[in-house]
Design a protein around this ligand. Structure first.
Ligand code: C2E
Ligand code: CA
Ligand code: CA
Length: 638
C-alpha cells in the first residue's frame, strides 16, 4: 500500500506522468459515460411512467440532466485529443455526484430499505470512475456515509445488515480502486520507459557521433519542417578548406580533434543568435538562421564564423590552420523547398570556393539558369558513359631549335549526349565540385596514354591535372600504375599543373608532384602569369617546365613591359635549367615578336590547333619522314 501511495504520489507530481495517467483514464471514463447516459435515459423514461407531479419534476429532471451531462462530457470535454488530469478529475467527480444525486433524491422522496443497495453499487462504481485517489475517496465516503445515514432510519435488522454490507463494500471499493490504479500506473511506467528508450535511440540516430551536433538527416528534417511551416529562414553551408590534407598528413585522430575545436568555435558564433548548427558532411556544416534577416547581416554572420575558423588551432603540440568558405540561400525568396534551398546554398558555396575563397557568398537568383545548366551537367557526368563521351584533342608544342613538333598537350573534350559539346573549363569545374574528377582524369589519361603509344618514341604528351588530383596521393599512384601497365617511358609523360591548383594545399601538392617526378614524369607549371605568378612555386616544386600564359603573348605585341616580363621569365627558366613554353601564339606578327625572346617551345594556333588523335599521329608521322629527309639531306651536304 505504501509503495502504491509512493508511486501514485510520484505520478501525481510529475507532469509527464500526470498526463500519462489522464491519457490512460480518459477511455475508461468515456467508456463508462456511454452506458451511463443510456441508463439515465432509461431511468428518466421509468420516472415518466411511474411518477407524477413534483416527484416527476424532481426525479425526472435530475435523471434527464444526468443523461445530458454524461453525453456532453463524453462528446465534448473528453472527446478532445488532450485532456488534462484536472479536467478529467472534475468530470469524474461530476459523474459521481450526478449519479449520487439521483439516488439521494429518490431515497429522500420514497425511502425503501431495499433500495439502500444502490449506495453499495455506487461505491463500487465510484472506485473505477473516480479517476484520482482523492476523487475516489470522496465519492466512496459520500456513498457509504449516506448508506449509513439512511440505514439509521431503517429497522434494526436492515440497519445491522447494511452496516456490514457498507464496511465490506468500503474495503472492496478501496481494494478495487487501488488494484486498478496499480495496474494503470505499472503500465504507465512501462510505457514511459519504452518512450524514453525510443526517444534516446531517436536522438542517437539524429546526432553526429563525433561532434554531438545534429547530423545531416536531422538537419534536413528540421529544414523541411521549417520550410513546410512557411516561416522565412536562411540556410547556410560552411565548408572547411584544407581539412582533408590535415587528416591525411597528421592522421584521423588529430583530424577529429580539430573538427571538435572547429565545432566549438562555430557553436559559439551560433549561440549569439537563434541559430541551429549541424554537421552534414566530413568537413561541411549547415546553419539554419530563422527569420527574415537582411542579406548584409547574414553575410556578416558567415564572415564572422569564417573569421573565427581562420585563426590557428592548437591541437596537441601542433598549430593547425584551416580556412572556410560559406554559401547561403534564403527561404522563400531563393528556393521553394528544403532540397532546392540546399542546392542553392551549395551553389553559392561553390561560387565562394571558386572566386571568393574564405568568404561568404549569398545565392544570386540571376544565376538560376547557370545553376540549372550545371545541375544538368553534373547529372550527365554521373549517369552517362563517360568512356564513350569524353575524348582528347591534341595540340602540338613546337620546338624552335629543332624546328619540329616535340610533343602534344592533351585537351579534354566532352561530346555529351543531350548537352552537345561542352567546354573543358565548364565540365571540369563541375566534375571537381561533385567529386567526379577522379573518374574523368582516369578516363582521359588512359586515352592520352593510348595515343602516346601510337606517337613516335621521342614525342611527349602533356596532361593537365586538376586541383582535385593534387589533394589525393592515390590519384597520382593510379596514374603511375597506368603508365607502367602500358610500358610507356615515364619521361614521355608530362603533367601540367596550375598555381591555383597547387595553392589549395601546397605541402600535399608538393608531395604528390615529388611522387610523379621521382617516377620519371615531367612537371610543367601552366598558365604562368595569369594568376599570382609567384616565383615561390618555381622554387618549391619539382618543375621541369614553365608555360607562359596566352594572355601574356597577346599583350607582348603592344606592351614593352609585357615583353620585358616574358623575356625575364624565359631567361630565368634558362638559368634554372627549366624549359619554357609560350602559349597562344596565333599570328605571324605575334611570332615575330616572341621569336627574339627565344622560348624553348611555342604552343598556339599558329603551329597547330587542337587536333584528333589520328590527326596527331598522321602529323607526327609526316614530320618523322621530314626529319629523316632533313637528316639525310644534311648528311648528303657533309
Ligand atoms: P590550358 O591548360 O591553358 O589549355 C590551353 C587552352 O588554350 C586550350 O583551351 C587550348 O585550346 C587553348 N589554346 C591553345 N592555343 C591557343 C591560341 O593560339 N589561341 C587561343 N585563343 N587559345 C589557344 P581548351 O582546350 O578550351 O582548354 C581550356 C582549359 O581547360 C585548359 O587550359 C585546362 O586548364 C583545362 N583542361 C583541358 N583539358 C583538361 C584535362 O584533361 N584535365 C584538366 N584537369 N583540365 C583540362
Ligand atoms: Ca594546360
Ligand atoms: Ca595554359
Amino acid at each position: 500500500m505504501l509503495r502504491f501511495i509512493e508511486t501514485y504520489g510520484k505520478a501525481w507530481r510529475d507532469p509527464v506522468r500526470r498526463q500519462a495517467l489522464a491519457d490512460a483514464y480518459v477511455p475508461i471514463v468515456r467508456g463508462f459515460l456511454l452506458p451511463g447516459c443510456a441508463y439515465y435515459v432509461f431511468v428518466t423514461w421509468g420516472h415518466w411512467r411511474d411518477e407524477t407531479g413534483r416527484e416527476l419534476a424532481i426525479l425526472g429532471g435530475i435523471s434527464a440532466l444526468t443523461a445530458l451531462a454524461y453525453w456532453l462530457m463524453r462528446q465534448s470535454v473528453l472527446g478532445r485529443p488532450k485532456v488534462s488530469l484536472g479536467v478529467l478529475e472534475a468530470c469524474g467527480v461530476l459523474t459521481n455526484v450526478l449519479m449520487y444525486s439521483n439516488v439521494l433524491a429518490y431515497m429522500l422522496l420514497h425511502f425503501e430499505p431495499s433500495k439502500l443497495i444502490y449506495f453499495v453499487l455506487m461505491a463500487v462504481v465510484f472506485s473505477t470512475s473516480g479517476v484520482t485517489l482523492r476523487g475516489t475517496l470522496f465519492s466512496i465516503v459520500l456513498s457509504i456515509g449516506s448508506l449509513f445515514w439512511f440505514a439509521g432510519g431503517a429497522d434494526q435488522e436492515t440497519r445491522e445488515q447494511f452496516v456490514f454490507i457498507g464496511i465490506a463494500t468500503s474495503f472492496a471499493a478501496f481494494g478495487m480502486a487501488s488494484l486498478l490504479r496499480k495496474a494503470i500506473l505499472k503500465q504507465i511506467e512501462a510505457r514511459l520507459a519504452a518512450d524514453e528508450m525510443a526517444a534516446r535511440a531517436q536522438a542517437l540516430a539524429r546526432t553526429d557521433m563525433l561532434t554531438a551536433l545534429p547530423n545531416r538527416r536531422s538537419m534536413f528534417a528540421e529544414l523541411d519542417g521549417l520550410v513546410a511551416s512557411g516561416k522565412p529562414l536562411w540556410l547556410g553551408i560552411v565548408d572547411l578548406d584544407g581539412f582533408k590534407s590535415i587528416n591525411d598528413v597528421y592522421g584521423h585522430l588529430i583530424g577529429d580533434r580539430l573538427l571538435g575545436a572547429v565545432v566549438e568555435r562555430l557553436a559559439e558564433e551560433a549561440s549569439k543568435g537563434d541559430i541551429l548548427l549541424g554537421r552534414i558532411g566530413g568537413d561541411e556544416f549547415a546553419i539554419i538562421v530563422p527569420g527574415d534577416r537582411p542579406a548584409a547581416e547574414i553575410e556578416a554572420l558567415g564572415d564572422a564564423m569564417i573569421g573565427r575558423l581562420a585563426l590557428p588551432f592548437q591541437i596537441s603540440l601542433l598549430s593547425l590552420s584551416v580556412g572556410a568558405s560559406a554559401g547561403f540561400a534564403h527561404f522563400p525568396s531563393m528556393g521553394a523547398s528544403g532540397a532546392q534551398l540546399y542546392e542553392r546554398a551549395d551553389y553559392a558555396l561553390y561560387k565562394a570556393k571558386a572566386h571568393r575563397r574564405g568568404r561568404t557568398v549569398l545565392f544570386d537568383s540571376d544565376e538560376d539558369e547557370e545553376m540549372k545548366e550545371n545541375v544538368a551537367m553534373e547529372r550527365a557526368l554521373r549517369e552517362h558513359d563517360l568512356n564513350a563521351e569524353l575524348y582528347l584533342l591534341l595540340q602540338p608544342q613546337y620546338s624552335l631549335r629543332e624546328n619540329a613538333i616535340t610533343g602534344f598537350e592533351a585537351l579534354a573534350r566532352w561530346r555529351c549526349d543531350g548537352l552537345g559539346e561542352v567546354q573543358p573549363d565548364k565540365f571540369i569545374r563541375i566534375a571537381e565540385r561533385s567529386g567526379l574528377m577522379r573518374r574523368v582524369t582516369d578516363i582521359l589519361f588512359a586515352k592520352g596514354l593510348d595515343t602516346l603509344a601510337r606517337l613516335p618514341a621521342d614525342m611527349s604528351l602533356s596532361f593537365n591535372l586538376s586541383a582535385r588530383d593534387l589533394v589525393d596521393r592515390s590519384v597520382a599512384a593510379g596514374l603511375l600504375r597506368m603508365i607502367a601497365a602500358r610500358g610507356i617511358a615515364a619521361d614521355r609523360v608530362e603533367f601540367e599543373i596550375t598555381e591555383t591548383a597547387v595553392m589549395a594545399d601546397l605541402p600535399l601538392a608538393r608531395l604528390i608532384l615529388e611522387d610523379l617526378s621521382a617516377a620519371g614524369c615531367r612537371i610543367a607549371l601552366d598558365d604562368f602569369g595569369s594568376g599570382y605568378s609567384s616565383f615561390r612555386y618555381i622554387d618549391q616544386l619539382p618543375l621541369n617546365k614553365v608555360k607562359v600564359d596566352k594572355s601574356f603573348v597577346r599583350q607582348v605585341a603592344h606592351s614593352v613591359t609585357s615583353r620585358e616580363i616574358v623575356a625575364g621569365v624565359i631567361a630565368l627558366c634558362q638559368r634554372l635549367g627549366l624549359r619554357s613554353v609560350l602559349e597562344g601564339v596565333e599570328t605571324d606578327a605575334e611570332l615575330a615578336v616572341v621569336l627574339p625572346l627565344e622560348p624553348d617551345l611555342i604552343q598556339g594556333y599558329y603551329f597547330g590547333r587542337p587536333m584528333t588523335a589520328d590527326e596527331a599521329v598522321a602529323v607526327s608521322a609526316t614530320q618523322g619522314v621530314r626529319n629523316a629527309d632533313n637528316r639525310s639531306a644534311s648528311a648528303a651536304a657533309v
